[in-house]
Write a protein that binds this ligand. Structure first.
Ligand code: PMT
Length: 416
């Protein structure tokens, strides 16, 4: 089977020694059925000639933004629209910096800006350049924009250094490209099947604040991004959405009903009022909020003063009501999805919460990793039902939310 049949791939080649491997890459991509158009930077042409790539791709090679003849044949905007994927291999530190900053001063960087196609890059550079803070910041920027990073590999480099920075081998790049299209297909199939029309989803998001006195509170690092992304994904799929949110600094999606709350008790009241209202039918409840487990027993009416004699102070805490567990206890309960924020033994603790709180699904995130979870743009989830596990790989929260609602919709349908 040809895994890349009819896929239109722009192969961007920038100026690194690994460019010598690109004729082989073109051949292997074509072997899998892809139509490959090569775009070269000036630097790339110091390592390999356009003629070689023209011969193996059977297409004219584009290398200039301002070439009148090339623009007559297939202009750069046309080329940008043509592509299903822009694959940059090798991707030097320079092209990575250019695309992360949105520069458009040559054909390849311009195409990256002008195209709606996904971009994948295969970094290739000296190990010190790869580890440089500037390169790592640029890579993070690109990851947040959903650019896929293939590699780099580890090993001996052309300069004699040993470490990370080698371009992946041709067969690995072909495999990852195939995987990219397979993932896209699965996601778009899942999303096109996810219609939530006629459903009402209630979602909690953000932190709670538990007052100590009129000016102080106990809270956590939740930004609301994950819960708001789920609300947006559910709205996009046609659901009516009520978002019950703790205090955050982001805007709620348009067209959702927003209920602002502060404390866990407040969030509990609002959630139970909605889910027990006989005139409102809630189909799905997603508890994404980071709710404080305890609140201060006696909130001081006046600001607590520092005393000269005491170097320590004690706050008496009492347990908050468990919102998600209480919704799951209702006789006409909606489909209930909890979250589990864990720093260790993620799977075991999440499964324990699933059964203890009587949930239909639980989405577990490892919040010990600063690149995901609390207050990050990205997340990765392991979603558990009583019998199954679904993994959502690290991606920005918009993508993660889309995948999560597809899983919830499918599981909810199975139960009904
Ligand atoms: O907001 P972001 O910065 O985007 O970060 C997202 C997130 C890390 C907050 C989110 O992905 C997440 O994990 N949310 C749940 C955080 C949490 O409180 O987890 P927990 O393991 O302590 O609680 C388990 C479940 O019980 C959660 O669904 C929680 O909403 C719910 N709960 C907890 C206590 C309580 N009193 N009532 C509840 O409903």
């Amino acid at each position: 089977m040809r895994n890349l049949q009819d896929k239109k791939i722009i192969l961007g080649i920038s100026g690194g020694i690994a460019a010598y491997k690109t004729p082989e890459l073109v051949r292997r991509l074509k072997e899998q059925g892809a139509d490959v158009r090569v775009v070269m930077t000036q630097g790339a042409q110091a390592f390999i000639t356009p003629l070689t790539l023209q011969a193996v791709s059977a297409n004219a090679v584009a290398d200039s933004l301002l070439d009148t003849q090339a623009e007559l044949a297939m202009g750069h905007i046309e080329l940008a629209k043509w592509a299903d994927l822009i694959l940059i291999a090798p991707a030097t530190a320079n092209i990575i910096a250019k695309i992360s900053h949105g520069l458009a001063n040559d054909l390849l960087s311009t195409l990256c800006l002008a195209s709606a196609a996904p971009i994948a890059i295969a970094p290739a550079m000296n190990q010190q350049m790869w580890h440089a803070e500037a390169t790592q910041t640029n890579i993070q920027t690109l990851t947040k924009r959903s650019v896929t990073i293939f590699g780099p590999g580890k090993g001996e480099q052309a300069c004699g250094d040993i470490g990370l920075g080698r371009m992946l081998e041709v067969h690995e790049l072909v495999e990852l490209t195939t995987q990219h299209f397979a993932n896209q297909q699965t996601l778009s199939a899942e999303l096109s099947l996810t219609s939530l029309a006629g459903q009402h989803w209630v979602i909690t998001a953000g932190p709670t604040r538990e007052a100590i006195d009129p000016v102080r509170y106990i809270s956590n690092h939740s930004s609301g991004k994950m819960g708001y992304a789920i609300a947006q994904a559910a709205l996009n799929a046609g659901a009516k959405v009520t978002l019950i949110s703790g205090p955050v600094n982001i805007s709620a999606p348009q067209n959702c009903t927003l209920i602002n709350v502060n404390s866990a008790v407040n969030m509990h009241q609002q959630t139970l009022a909605l889910t027990t209202d006989k005139h409102i039918n809630v189909d799905v409840f997603v508890a994404c909020a980071a709710v404080a487990d305890y609140r201060v027993d006696n909130i001081a009416i006046q600001k607590i003063k520092k005393t000269a004699n005491n170097d320590t102070m004690t706050l008496n805490l009492v347990k908050n009501p468990d919102i998600v567990a209480d919704v799951a206890k209702l006789s006409n309960k909606p489909f209930v999805v909890g979250f589990a924020a864990e720093t260790q033994e993620v799977k075991r603790y999440a499964k324990d919460k699933l059964s203890r709180k009587n949930l239909d699904l639980i989405a577990a995130n490892d919040v010990s990793n600063s690149k995901q979870g609390f207050n990050s743009d990205d997340n990765a989830l392991s979603v558990f039902s009583a019998t199954e596990q679904f993994d959502i790989a690290l991606a920005n929260k918009t993508k993660v939310a889309q995948k999560l609602i597809a899983i919830i919709a499918k599981q909810n349908k199975n139960i009904k």
